[in-house]
Design a protein around this ligand. Structure first.
Ligand code: C2E
Ligand code: MG
Ligand code: MG
Length: 424
């Protein structure tokens, strides 16, 4: 019992530690590989479908891993993480072969409770003695390779390289610092104007930044993904929401304030409660608050996303679909969800004027949105040519560096001066 994982019947972490120690002991003159295996997006399966289904996925996943290992050692070391030890020579080819078989074993969806769940794996590999000659470093290196594999998207296999070690240390340090950042007052917001066809400012999007004491200002593209993985994202998004509402409530004009909500935050239970609290505490009227969500939150669990959307709409706030066109762009949810705005991703805008295809896509998206009665805001306009093409195509609003790079309201806490500043 002490060395078996009750859920999957595989050896557990304690057993793995012992097995690895004795393998190293015996392998003084030979080599072997440690494979760190992680199920992609398992947390979402658990969040969305519940723990009973999560457990069933782990049981079936463990069975498939063991089968694919063909006699090689596999242990479950926690949550959705497994470790394999492979000594098929030559290395690393032998280990990559095992990893490939493991991934192939997940090509068929896992059937649970009448649901068919497509699951994929990421695997990081470290070699003994090439990458490390002791258990602690071997595992750390396999973990670093796994981190790199995950970084590259779903379903990747990566071998450890020395550069990864440094990256992993950096990430750990960043995660640690990020957990303390809110308390230390290191996060702050910048506001980027959203402009109507006639040049008037309709609102601002709040964009979070992190003033790191040693690294300087870190853009959200770098630390939001870290926060999503390490779990501090909800705290950050809730802080941004409260802060942005407070800020907007102090403006002289009743302009709109747009706030980004990450997919991980959207899926948590109490988003509507948090939004209601931010409105109440700031005194901001609900019709001035717009939440920007991305397509990812809608496709994963449609019925749950619908419930969350309804509870938010019941508060009378606005909802915008951010980065439209970059994800799955399923047309069915444009019909199913009550959207107040579609934000055309800046990648399409960037190719405007250079490619007829981009123009065709922009035209189609605007036509589609207008057909549904939803206004379109284009992001990231950098040239006059892009601007006039978008105006010509009937785009309703723009957000761009040209009129305003994201800026704080440092000079004055009043919207008026920020407006003047934005027009300059
Ligand atoms: P987003 O919501 O699509 O935000 C728009 C991004 O486009 C911003 O980058 C903005 O600075 C940039 N942008 C605006 N105009 C231009 C332009 O003319 N040219 C170019 N090249 N870029 C332009 P930023 O601030 O780095 O934010 C990146 C992403 O980080 C955001 O994309 C959003 O997904 C995320 N983010 C920002 N703030 C928050 C936040 O408070 N919470 C969450 N969850 N995510 C946030
Ligand atoms: Mg946004
Ligand atoms: Mg966007």
């Amino acid at each position: 019992m002490a060395c078996h994982d009750a859920l999957t019947q595989l050896p557990n972490r304690a057993a793995l530690d012992r097995h690895l120690a004795s393998t190293i002991e015996r392998a003084r003159d030979s080599e072997f590989a440690v494979l760190w295996i992680d199920i992609d997006h398992f947390k979402e399966i658990n969040d969305v479908f519940g723990h009973a289904i999560g457990d069933a996925v782990l049981r079936e996943g463990a069975r498939r891993l063991q089968e694919a290992a063909q006699g090689s050692y596999v242990a479950r070391v926690g949550g959705d993480e497994f470790i394999g030890i492979a000594d098929q020579l030559p290395l690393p080819a032998g280990a990559e072969l095992v990893a490939g078989r493991m991934r192939a074993a997940f090509e068929q969806p896992i059937e649970v409770d009448g649901r068919s769940l497509k699951v994929d794996l990421c695997i990081g590999i470290a070699l003994f003695p090439r990458d490390a000659d002791n258990a602690v470093s071997l595992l750390a290196n396999a973990d670093a390779a796994l981190y790199r594999a995950k970084h590259e998207g779903r379903g990747a296999v990566r071998l450890f390289t020395a550069a990864m070690d440094q990256q992993l240390r950096d990430r750990r340090a960043l995660e640690h610092d990020l957990r303390l950042a809110i308390g230390r007052g290191e996060l702050y917001l910048e506001y980027q104007p959203q402009q109507g066809r006639d040049g008037s400012i309709n609102g601002y999007e709040a964009l979070v930044r992190w003033r790191h004491p040693l690294r300087g200002t870190i853009p959200p593209g770098e630390f939001i993904p870290v926060a999503e993985k390490s779990g501090s994202i909800a705290e950050i998004d809730d802080w941004v929401l409260a802060e942005a509402c407070k800020e907007a409530a102090s403006w002289e004009q009743p302009l709109r304030i747009a706030v980004n909500v990450s997919a991980a935050r959207f899926r948590r239970e109490n988003l509507d409660v948090q939004v209601a609290a931010a409105l109440r505490q700031s005194g901001l009227s609900a019709s001035r608050l717009e939440l920007e969500i991305t397509e990812g939150v809608l496709i994963e669990d449609l019925s749950r996303a619908k419930k969350t959307m309804q509870s938010l709409k019941a508060l009378r706030i606005l909802i915008a679909l951010d980065d439209f066109g970059t994800g799955y762009s399923s047309l069915s949810y444009l019909e199913a969800f009550p959207l107040d705005r579609i934000k055309l991703d800046r990648s399409f805008v960037a190719s405007l004027g250079r490619s007829d295809r981009a123009l065709a896509i922009v035209r189609a998206v605007i036509g589609l949105a207008h057909g549904l009665g939803v206004p379109v805001l284009a992001e990231g306009i950098e040239t006059g040519a892009q601007m006039s093409l978008l105006l010509h195509e009937g785009c309703d609003e723009m957000q761009r560096y040209l009129i305003g790079r994201p800026a704080g309201f440092a000079a004055s806490k009043h919207g008026q001066s920020a407006l003047t500043h934005a027009f300059l």
